[in-house]
Design a protein around this ligand. Structure first.
Ligand code: NAI
Length: 250
């Protein structure tokens, strides 16, 4: 039996869609026939990948916005609604790291990571939810992290933000299930992107040794899981965290 996931007629928002996992998610959703609205703080990076995206489908748009700016995000969602008239899928993917030992972590690094990774998800989700509630349907998929489940030395701010994403996801799932809205999180393991490229080679090798599937994940590994959670195949799944990590830490 073979399944082909079809998202023709669906409109999706992908935050942080200019690079890495968000770019791959945007490409996979476009490939499945969805219209994709990319929201990202980095327009230059988007311009550098625009032609690559266009090869898959021209059905996308870009909105430059900082996910931690509540007012700007509200305006951006309004603009998308005026143009698209609906939002079927929201992918909360934008995220940053500012690592350091807790004892030396300054307030700014703590707040920046919480503001982008967790508060950003709150700002956009509440704005999008209003429209999903009216439509009585919607999918919200948020990119957490294995670190949000197990913690990590040097990543207290990041771990707290990602654990918050998981708790927020479970609350949305309970609050809006009766309105036909499904909310799930994906917890990636170690994925090859700009975020992880910065790590020294010996650290990457040590991480790889701890992955039973013996390879570092690729952005499409996460994008494929997102595609499943956007599809009819996952219609009875809400409030879960899908671990996509090659067996790491399990
Ligand atoms: P990346 O750095 O390649 O991409 C992040 C994207 O978010 C960029 O396009 C960036 O411009 C955008 N962004 C950053 N701050 C923003 C803001 N304030 N407003 C709007 N957009 C903003 O990173 P990557 O690796 O693709 O990460 C994507 C998500 O996956 C993040 O939430 C990250 O925490 C999560 N993740 C990544 C893992 C990895 O190993 N790469 C592992 C687990 C989770």
């Amino acid at each position: 039996m073979s399944f082909c996931i079809e998202l023709t007629g669906k409109t999706a928002i992908v935050t942080g869609g200019s690079s890495g996992i968000g770019l791959s998610i945007s490409q996979v959703l476009l490939n499945a026939g969805a219209r994709v609205m990319i929201i990202d703080i980095d327009e230059k990076r988007f311009i550098s990948v625009k032609d690559e995206i266009k090869k898959i489908s021209p059905e996308f748009d870009f909105y430059e916005a900082d996910i931690k700016n509540s007012e700007k995000i509200s305006e951006t969602v309004q603009k998308i609604i005026s143009k698209e008239s609906k939002i079927d899928i929201l992918i909360n993917n934008a995220g940053i790291v500012k690592d350091g030992l807790l004892i030396r972590m300054n307030d700014e690094d703590w707040l920046d990571v919480i503001n982008v990774n967790l508060n950003g998800m709150f700002y956009i989700t509440k704005n999008v939810l209003k429209h999903m509630v009216k439509a009585k349907s919607g999918r919200i998929i948020s990119i957490a992290s294995v670190i949000g489940e197990i913690g990590n030395a040097g990543q207290a701010n990041y771990a707290a933000s990602k654990a918050g994403i998981i708790a927020l996801t479970k609350s949305i799932a309970k609050e809006y299930a009766a309105r036909g809205i499904l909310a799930n999180a994906i917890a990636p393991g170690f994925i090859k992107t700009i975020m992880t490229d910065k790590l020294p080679e010996d650290v990457k090798d040590a991480i790889k040794k701890g992955i039973p599937l013996n390879r570092i994940g690729e952005p499409y590994d996460i994008a494929n899981a997102v595609l499943f959670l956007c599809s009819e195949l996952s219609g009875y799944i809400t409030g879960t965290v899908m671990n996509v990590n090659g067996g790491m830490y399990m």
